[in-house]
Design a protein around this ligand. Structure first.
Ligand code: SF4
Length: 294
């Protein structure tokens, strides 16, 4: 695969993700602001967030100083050269770091040494799926460390929170996770939840829920009802933006399931902060932009 437009447009994807909050996320924050009492802590925090979002977009600067860990999701045609696109993506990440769209945010876990270009072991993360398609679908999620620290995994039954192996048990896990976070990880947040799977696939699939738009509802009716119920329940917790009190603790929740073995029942919850940086692009055979996503 010749370089063509690949590196240039992958760089643009990173830049857009870093500086420009997706419109569906911004719209939900605006709606939340209207529900908070004018002059309250929650109202001030949401206002500050929206001002920050506008300034980042205008000044072409990162939305948050923690530019997070980067996960690229690729949907590629059969026979596509994945090694080449990994190389182009790494080059684009290095360039985005040199130009300040990404902070030097990757360190060696043993020595503590910083990687100058954010290129390290499992940094960035690449997930590939071969699909019956002609174009390459690339999606990027940038996830801050504070929100990543708020993720949690439950193994049901859990007597501590009276959670059995059913959807009511799942609900209890989710509310427990939100309550324990107490607004840390920069609430209002978005939850990605996986019921089932194993410990590793549970986290992977819970994060994949962040690729869904905020308006999206689960196609499984029972899960769509659960998503709706959790939003109502969390509303009553009063944790609010940054944990300072208020109605807006979550901006959304996306739940899905994987099959499991009879002996295990995991509920895995990934937490995303308000700086929900998620963008995508469809690239043609030479790496040219067919369409920006989100
Ligand atoms: S949790 Fe999100 S908003 Fe908070 S510092 Fe990290 S990236 Fe920024």
């Amino acid at each position: 695969m010749k370089n063509g437009h690949w590196e240039k447009n992958l760089f643009q994807l990173i830049r857009r993700t870093s500086v420009d909050l997706p419109s569906d996320v911004e719209a939900v924050i605006r709606r939340a602001l209207k529900k908070e009492r004018k002059g309250s802590h929650a109202w001030w925090v949401l206002n500050a967030i929206l001002e920050n979002v506008a300034l980042s977009r205008k000044n072409d600067t990162p939305i948050c100083q923690d530019t997070g860990s980067l996960t690229f999701y690729f949907g590629v045609p059969v026979g596509f050269d994945t090694n080449a696109i990994v190389a182009h993506t790494r080059a684009a990440v290095a360039k985005a770091t040199r130009q300040g769209y990404l902070r030097q945010n990757t360190i060696d876990s043993v020595s503590g040494a910083s990687y100058d270009t954010n290129i390290g072991s499992a940094s960035p993360v690449f997930i590939f799926q071969q699909q019956a398609r002609k174009k390459v679908d690339v999606r990027l999620i940038m996830k801050g460390g504070g929100s990543e620290n708020m993720g949690s995994q439950y193994s049901l039954p859990d007597v501590g929170i009276h959670a059995d192996r059913d959807l009511e048990g799942v609900r209890r896990c989710i509310l427990d996770a939100v309550w324990n976070a107490q607004g840390n990880g920069c609430a209002p947040g978005i939850l990605g939840v996986c019921i089932g799977g194993d410990r590793a696939t549970g986290y992977k699939h819970s994060k994949e829920q962040f690729l869904r738009r905020l308006a999206d509802k689960s196609r499984v009716k029972a899960l769509a009802r659960l998503e709706e119920k959790i939003m109502k329940d969390v509303f009553k917790l009063g944790i609010g933006p940054m944990g300072l009190g208020g109605k807006t603790t979550l901006l959304g929740i996306k739940i899905d399931s994987l099959s499991r073995v009879p002996a295990s029942y995991f509920v895995t919850i990934s937490y995303m902060c308000w700086a929900f940086r998620r963008r995508g692009v469809l690239l043609g055979p030479e790496g040219g932009v067919h369409r920006w996503l989100y």
